[in-house]
Design a protein around this ligand. Structure first.
Ligand SMILES: Cc1ncc(COP(=O)(O)O)c(C=O)c1O
Length: 463
């Protein structure tokens, strides 16, 4: 029985899959907080590269991947599809478990799948510097890597608490020549204001986003980049699902379930959307189920409210139609740093709302139980983020053991956990605590948003 299903470099997809024309309903538009109307792309050209905005709005189903991008992808793509035989044996399950392993990229996660094209399109436009935010450092290090590949300057605003707690992610960004600043910082008006209120502010992703955008829009020839949530990011990530489909063809197999973790939604969408395309075009030989996993401490899809909300704390971004915990959400310091965002990708949220995707939340202790089981059977030490999905996969495989079903389960192991060993130490020393974000806090936050911006409630697009 084969363990690794491998493709050749020739098999790296030549086009990304754009879900926009295939969504169950048209996507409600992003709203300009100034005009209360759908935002005009020209307004965003000061923030994002033009080609990326074109992709964001595109209704073309297939978008060509530039040869220069495929050439960089060749460093680590195609990624392997691996049969988790040893985990199956440990669980004594008849289920067949496969994972698409994205931890083989230089930064160790799926994030460079989009960092590389984002750097490419900006360089092509003549942009000289990119700014971004990072939480635990996966996205920042991926953009630093991509910036080095295309020779463009990168400034990363890193959430201060992570900057202090995860020094090696910062070192990695330095190794690729990026400029890394703890956020809140003295470099922006918004950062200075936050520091005036609290000189020891630990920072948050929402604050770092506000700083990175301010830096971009107040300097010439600088643009901002985002590592998740937006449509063009999800688009670039579809290389995962497109490759996985070819890999399943090679072994004459097809998944019954496609699962992944959701921080902003890019890795899960990247793996699952190409299988969704098969499903709606009648090409899928099975009625595939899609399952998104998240932490109980940041339960955007399971407890969030479907509304228009801002993407950042300073309310500088357009309003996006999404499940939200409120843009003033301050996450608990859980170890899945990549899953602590208050919102999620609008297309993914729409699919959850329409019942196409199921969402499940897990607490960090049960997540690390699963991560340890995976590491001890499969060998690879998973990042805390995909370990939320491993929890689901193990539960489902045990359910299959009870029912005798030979389900084929696919998930993406979207990063390794080599920079998360402090979290594993805490787990093994029984210092991790489960934590559930209360529903009342979500309602309070959204109420506050609607009191501050009463017109948000009256926007016609979600009705
Ligand atoms: C390893 C890993 N997985 C998942 C995520 C969550 O992001 P997304 O939902 O966009 O894949 C992150 C984000 O930083 C991450 O680093």
């Amino acid at each position: 029985m084969t363990t690794k299903i491998l493709l050749s470099e020739e098999d790296i997809p030549k086009e990304w899959y754009n879900i926009n024309p295939d969504l169950p309903k048209p996507l409600p538009p992003p709203i300009d907080p100034g005009t209360h109307e759908p935002i005009k792309p020209e307004v965003l050209e000061r923030v994002f590269a033009k080609e990326l905005l074109k992709q964001e709005m595109s209704q073309e189903r297939w978008i060509p991947i530039p040869e220069e991008v495929r050439e960089i992808y060749q460093i680590w793509r195609p990624t392997p599809l691996i049969r988790a035989k040893r985990l199956e044996k440990l669980l004594k399950t008849p289920a067949k478990i496969y994972y698409k392993y994205e931890g083989v990229s230089p930064p160790g996660s799926h994030k460079p799948n989009t960092a590389v094209p984002q750097a490419y399109y900006n360089v092509k436009q003549g942009i000289e510097k990119l700014t971004t935010e990072t939480g635990a450092g996966q996205w920042g290090s991926s953009l630093a890597f991509a910036g080095k590949m295309f020779d463009i300057d990168i400034t990363v605003y890193m959430v201060k608490i992570s900057y202090e707690q995860k020094p090696y992610r910062k070192s990695m960004m330095h190794a690729w020549g990026a400029d890394v600043t703890p956020s809140p910082s003295n470099r922006t008006n918004f950062g200075r204001n936050m520091l005036k209120k609290d000189p020891n502010h630990p920072g948050s992703l929402g604050i770092a986003i506000s700083e990175a955008i301010e830096d971009a829009v107040t300097h010439d020839n600088v643009r901002y980049t985002l590592g998740s949530v937006l449509g063009h990011v999800l688009l670039h990530q579809t290389v995962q699902g497109l490759e996985a489909k070819k890999q399943f063809e090679m072994i004459d197999e097809y998944p019954d379930i496609v699962a992944g973790c959701v921080g902003g939604g890019s890795s899960f969408s990247g793996l699952s959307f190409p299988f969704y395309y098969d499903k709606i075009t009648g090409k899928a030989p099975k009625d595939v189920k899609f399952v998104a996993t998240e932490p109980t401490s940041c339960p955007t899809l399971t407890k969030g409210i479907y509304t228009y909300d801002f993407g950042d704390t300073a309310n500088m971004t357009p309003l996006l139609p999404m499940y939200s915990l409120g843009s003033d959400f301050v996450p608990a310091p859980i170890h899945a740093g990549g899953l602590r965002y208050h919102g999620d990708a609008p297309s993914l949220c729409l699919m959850v709302k329409e019942g196409v995707i199921e969402a499940k939340a897990y607490d960090q202790v049960s997540v690390f139980d699963a991560a340890a089981m995976f590491a001890m059977s499969e060998g690879t030490i998973p990042a805390p983020e995909p370990s939320h999905t491993i929890r689901y996969v193990i539960d489902e495989a045990l359910r299959c053991k009870e029912s005798g079903e030979e389900k084929v389960i696919l998930f993406n192991l979207c990063g390794h956990g080599h920079f998360d060993m402090g979290a594993y130490d805490e787990y093994f020393e029984n210092r991790l605590k489960p934590w559930e974000y209360p529903q009342e806090k979500v309602e309070e936050s959204i109420k506050k948003l609607q009191e501050k911006f009463p017109w948000v409630k009256d926007l016609p697009y979600l009705k």
